[in-house]
Design a binder for this molecule. Structure first.
Ligand code: MN
Length: 197
C-alpha cells in the first residue's frame, strides 16, 4: 500500500507565496485522493502488489487495460506530488549554484532566461498539467498527472504543478502570479541533490 508522505514543513511555512489553506487542501485532500485511488486500483490487481511506483509508471503499457488509466492518473498524481512538496521550501528561492547553475547558464544564457522560458511553458499548458526541468536541461510539459518517466524520459530535476487546484484559492485564475510567486520557494538544494543522483 502506498502512503501519503508528510509535508516536510508546516502547512503555513510557505507564507504569502502559497497559503496554509492551499497547502492543506492540496496535500491532505488532493494528494491523499491520488494515494487512495492508486491503492484501490492496485487492490484489484494482486499480481502488482509490491511493485514500485517507478516500475508501474515506466511500464504502463503492460498493465491490465481496465486499471491502466486509474494507475496512470493516480500513480502519476502520487509520484508528482510526493516530489512537489520537496521542490518547495520556506528557505527556498534565489538561484541555484554549482553544476546546475553552470548547465542552466550554458543552455539558456543566464538564470533569468531559464526562468522566463520555464514560466512561458507553464503558462502555455492548456488545462491541467505540469512543467518539468529535465536532467538534460530541457523544459517539457505533460498533461494531467502524466510524468516524464512514463514517457521513457529520466526523472525530472524540478517540476511545477499548474493544475488550478494548486493556486486557485490564492490566485484565482491568475496562473502567472502563482508561477511568479512559486520561484520564491523553489528548493534548489533538493534540485541539486537530484542532479547529483
Ligand atoms: Mn496538484
Amino acid at each position: 500500500m502506498f502512503e501519503l508522505p508528510g509535508l516536510p514543513y508546516d502547512y503555513d511555512a510557505l507564507g504569502k507565496y502559497i497559503s496554509k489553506d492551499i497547502m492543506y487542501l492540496h496535500h491532505d485532500k488532493h494528494h491523499q485522493a491520488y494515494v487512495d485511488k492508486l491503492n484501490a486500483a492496485l487492490d484489484a490487481v494482486p499480481e502488482l502488489r509490491g511493485t514500485s511506483l517507478d516500475d508501474l509508471l515506466q511500464n504502463l503499457t503492460e498493465l491490465p487495460a481496465q486499471y491502466k488509466t486509474a494507475i496512470r492518473n493516480n500513480g502519476g498524481g502520487h509520484y508528482n506530488h510526493a516530489l512537489f512538496w520537496q521542490w518547495m521550501s520556506p528557505d527556498g528561492g534565489g538561484q541555484p549554484t554549482g553544476e546546475i547553475a553552470a548547465q542552466l547558464n550554458n543552455k539558456y544564457g543566464d538564470f533569468q532566461s531559464f526562468v522566463d522560458e520555464f514560466t512561458t511553458k507553464a503558462l502555455s499548458v492548456f488545462g491541467s498539467g505540469w512543467v518539468w526541468l529535465q536532467p538534460d536541461m530541457e523544459i517539457i510539459a505533460t498533461a494531467n498527472q502524466d510524468t516524464p518517466i512514463m514517457q521513457g524520459l529520466e526523472a525530472p530535476l524540478l517540476g511545477l504543478d499548474v493544475w488550478e487546484h494548486a493556486y486557485y484559492l490564492d490566485y484565482k485564475n491568475k496562473r502567472d502570479d502563482y508561477v511568479k510567486a512559486w520561484w520564491n520557494v523553489v528548493n534548489w538544494d533538493f534540485v541539486a541533490s537530484r542532479f547529483g543522483e
